[in-house]
Design a protein around this ligand. Structure first.
Ligand SMILES: NC(=O)c1ccc[n+]([C@@H]2O[C@H](COP(=O)([O-])OP(=O)(O)OC[C@H]3O[C@@H](n4cnc5c(N)ncnc54)[C@H](OP(=O)(O)O)[C@@H]3O)[C@@H](O)[C@H]2O)c1
Length: 318
C-alpha cells in the first residue's frame, strides 16, 4: 500500500516535511493545499511529482479523493478548524504541534477524531526519533537507577521577519512553540507533573519570549525545563538517577545519539535519524494506517492531552 499524503499549507515546516517524505518508499505526495494557488503550484514544483496536484484552497485539498491522510502545517491557532475540515471530509490527519493552544480545544479535536473513526496524531516528531526513543528506554530500564532528575532546554533566536513567531493572533510564544519539547520530554520520562512552578518573560505585545518551569513528579523526581526564542541556548537534555547519568547534546529534540555514564564507565550510543528526522513520524503514520489503527502508541493522543494540560498549568503559573 502506498500512502497518498496531502500537505495543508506551504510554509517552512511543510517544506521540511515534504523533503523527508520524498525519501520514503510507500509514501507519496498526492496533493498540496494553500490559500494561494500560486503558492501551492510553487510548492508542487519544488517538492512534488507529475501526479501531485496543487489546490488553491484548504477545502479543495480536503475534498481531493486521491488523498489518504493530510499533514496540517498551519500556525497553531488555525489547527482546530483545519483538522476539523479534514476530518469532516473523511481524511486521516497528522497535525503539527501543538495540536491546539489549550487542553480544552485539544480535547475537542481528539473527541471529534474519535467520533469519526479516523486517524489523528500530533506531529511531535521528537517522540519518533530513534535516539530519543532509546534514551527513554534506558531511563525506564533501571540502568540509571531510580531516576529523580530531568533537565531539558530548547532555544533559538527567532528572526524578526518570521511573523508566526511574534504575532499573538498567530499563536506566537515560546512556550507553545519551543517549551512543548522539554515539557513533553519530562512527561515521557517521568509521567505527569504533580507540582509546577513557572516563570515567563513577555514582550510589549504580551508574547512570552522566554520561560522556565520546575516540576515535581511522582516519587519526588524534579524536572527543570527552559525555553527561549531570544537566546542561543545549549538545547541539551539529561536524565539522572542514583546509578547513572544520560546526556543528550543539543539539539536534544532530534539527536543522533547520547551518552550514558554509570559505575561501569561511559558509553556513547549512536542512532542517526533518517533525513532531517521527520521521516520517522511519517513512517509511524504509515504503519498505523496499514494496520487500520486510529491512533499511534508512539504519538499517543492521551499524552498530547496530558502535555496540553501541563502547558495550560505552566501558562497560568507564569
Ligand atoms: N515539528 C517541527 O519541527 C516544527 C518546526 C516548525 C514549526 N512547527 C509547527 O508547524 C506549524 C507551522 O509552522 P511554520 O514554521 O511552518 O510556519 P510558517 O512558515 O509561517 O508557515 C505557516 C503556513 O500556514 C499557512 N497559513 C494559514 N493561515 C496563515 C496566517 N494567517 N498567517 C500565516 N500563515 C498562514 C501558510 O500557508 P499557505 O500560504 O500556503 O496557506 C503559511 O505558509 C506551527 O504550528 C509550528 O508549531 C513544527
Amino acid at each position: 500500500m502506498t500512502v497518498s499524503w496531502g500537505i495543508l499549507a506551504t510554509g517552512r515546516i511543510a517544506a521540511a516535511f515534504a523533503t523527508d517524505l520524498a525519501l520514503l518508499d510507500g509514501h507519496r505526495l498526492g496533493a498540496v493545499g494553500s490559500r494561494s494557488r500560486d503558492s501551492a503550484g510553487d510548492f508542487v514544483a519544488r517538492h512534488g511529482a507529475s501526479h501531485t496536484r496543487a489546490h488553491g484552497s484548504y477545502e479543495a485539498l480536503a475534498a481531493d479523493p486521491d488523498v489518504d491522510v493530510v499533514y496540517v502545517a498551519t500556525p497553531h491557532r488555525r489547527h482546530l478548524e483545519d483538522v476539523e475540515l479534514c476530518l469532516a471530509a473523511g481524511k486521516h490527519v497528522l497535525c503539527e504541534k501543538p495540536l491546539t493552544t489549550s487542553e480544552a480545544s485539544t480535547r475537542r479535536m481528539v473527541e471529534t477524531a474519535r467520533a469519526t473513526g479516523l486517524f489523528l496524531a500530533e506531529a511531535m516528531w521528537m517522540r519518533t526519533i530513534p535516539a530519543v526513543r532509546a534514551a527513554v528506554d534506558v531511563a525506564r530500564s533501571g540502568r540509571l537507577g531510580t531516576v529523580t532528575q530531568v533537565r531539558a532546554d530548547l532555544g533559538f533566536v527567532a528572526p524578526r521577519d518570521r511573523e508566526r513567531l511574534w504575532r499573538p493572533e498567530l499563536g506566537a510564544g515560546a512556550l507553545l512553540d519551543l517549551g512543548i519539547y522539554p515539557v513533553t520530554f519530562a512527561h515521557l520520562v517521568l509521567g505527569p507533573a504533580e507540582h509546577t512552578r513557572a516563570v515567563a518573560h513577555r514582550d510589549e505585545h504580551g508574547v512570552d519570549v522566554a520561560g522556565a518551569a520546575t516540576q515535581v513528579h511522582a516519587g519526588g523526581a524534579v524536572a527543570t525545563l527552559s525555553w527561549t526564542q531570544v537566546a542561543r541556548s545549549d538545547r541539551r537534555a539529561s536524565i539522572a538517577g542514583d546509578a547513572g547519568l544520560l546526556e543528550i547534546d543539543g539539539p536534544f529534540h532530534h539527536p543522533d545519539g547520547f551518552t550514558v555514564t554509570t559505575a561501569a564507565g561511559r558509553e556513547t550510543v549512536q542512532l542517526p535519524r533518517t533525513g532531517r528526522g521527520y521521516a520517522h513520524e511519517i513512517e509511524e503514520v504509515g504503519r498505523c494506517l496499514a494496520q487500520g489503527r486510529t491512533g499511534s502508541s508512539l504519538l499517543d493522543l492521551e499524552d498530547s492531552l496530558a502535555v496540553a494540560a501541563q502547558l495550560d498549568r505552566i501558562a497560568a503559573a507564569s
